[in-house]
Design a binder for this molecule. Sequence first.
Ligand code: NAP
Length: 282
Amino acid sequence: MTSTIRSVPTGATRVAAVIGSPVRHSLSPALHNAAFAATGLDWVYLAFEVAPGRAGDALQAMRVLGIEGLSVTMPHKAQVADTVDVCTPAAAALGAVNCVQSVDGRLVGHNTDGDGFVDSLREEAAFDPTGKQAVVLGAGGAARAVVVALAAAGAAEVVVVNRTVDRAVEAARLAGSVGRAGGLDAVPGADLVVNATSIGMSGTGGPTLPCPVEALRPGQVVADLVYQPLDTPLLQAARSQGAVAVNGVGMLLHQAARAFTIWTGVPAPIDAMRAAVADRFR
Ligand code: NAP
């Protein structure tokens, strides 16, 4: 593991952190401290357990203590979006912030999940969404971030398929004119199929595949946001059908990489970040 802090923090060390509840399992400290070490930056990254409903207090602490970067995880993303001074367009559309940047004491809320996902497609499958047909399975927080990012990246169509149809309609609206709610019959025609449901996640029970195996075909990119297990039943099915399979670790890495660059202005050392969490995915 390369996630050691380069030197002992001093009075000049700059601070970033994650807030969440629960937060002790978070991979973010390992990812970001590895990135600070690899780039030689005198920063340290901590994890703070913040009780539900207390995100506003955490932002106030950020201001008072001079914490320069904050990652935000469950259950605080919506409250932080309501509390920061300004949101980026994607974070405002989603009503969810996963990254806060302090700019001269002003707190800027970003959402790097969707763009991180698109980065992972580009890096791992050389897939550019521009002009492509995408199907997103699911309409929760992760799905919505992916829908916004695919539309922003120039997808020709983003079809949202969800068990609860009203939520699919609402999520598809986030893609503007290229979004629509649809059914599983859209899957065979898609260039990109994204599982953003929790189907396939360890310990969830119920169905293990979010769409029929036969709906997948060669030439498609099939991405699963679920990363526990790393090799999900959907990814196995995708490979068996000749599709390209992309696991959920890339999104996790690249959303953190984007946050790192927002805070520090320095390109993220992706390989060092990947190595820092590799043993968690064996
Ligand atoms: P969420 O807001 O709770 O949404 C869950 C989605 O899954 C909803 O669309 C829900 O449909 C659907 N679903 C759950 N069980 C289902 C079932 N048995 N049959 C059909 N649909 C079902 O969760 P989320 O935060 O979006 O996360 C979704 C998944 O993405 C999780 O596995 C999470 O671990 C993963 N994720 C990965 C990353 C990453 O970095 N790779 C980031 C975020 C999330 P209804 O609307 O009908 O309930």
